[in-house]
Design a protein around this ligand. Sequence first.
Ligand code: GLN
Length: 207
Amino acid sequence: MSGLNIGVFGIQGDVAENINSTKQALDELGETGNVTLVKTPDEIENLDGLIIPGGESTMMGQLSLVNGSLKKIKEKIESGMPVFGICAGLILLSKNAKDRVVGKTDQPLLDILDVHVERNSFGRQRESFEAEIDMPEIGISDFNGVFIRAPSISDVGSNVEILSKYNEKIIAVKQGNIVGTAFHPELTVDGSMHKYFVNLIKQSKLN
Ligand code: GLN
């Protein structure tokens, strides 16, 4: 049994925390698999699922453009691989990103999740906060959402499901096998979001 082959995009950001949370999710679900840090197109090629962590989306986009991994991730998503973008990862997945203060950004994007995101939507570092989040469509409630220089989603295409809002702003979405959250589930003890993603990967392998 080979199990699930899950990657955490490791150019920059909250990488170790996501590896830990995903390993814990596999354990708690009784699934076998590997969770590895991936950076290069070759490492991404054989994945069953990928997490793009929080960090700094401009930096992540530029470095992944240069090493070819941005293109490889896009190909894999287009061929059905589940992907979970967290904060900067959500921004990288989007079709359009602008900053709340400086406006349009010319950053490289995967251009695949049909949303417009507003970076730093809740203010900058000092405005980071925690809030209780409900995502009834995916069976998660009372989830501790940790927001760190978080984006929000200002516009969604018709194929995008809104999973959650906070203060009228969209903060979690799903489009097929693409999931994005503005908050950081790897920074809370509740593993339900990572378990949800592991199950999505498992499901997609069965199809
Ligand atoms: N503000 C960051 C960006 O725009 C994202 C913050 C985060 O991932 N915690 O890239």
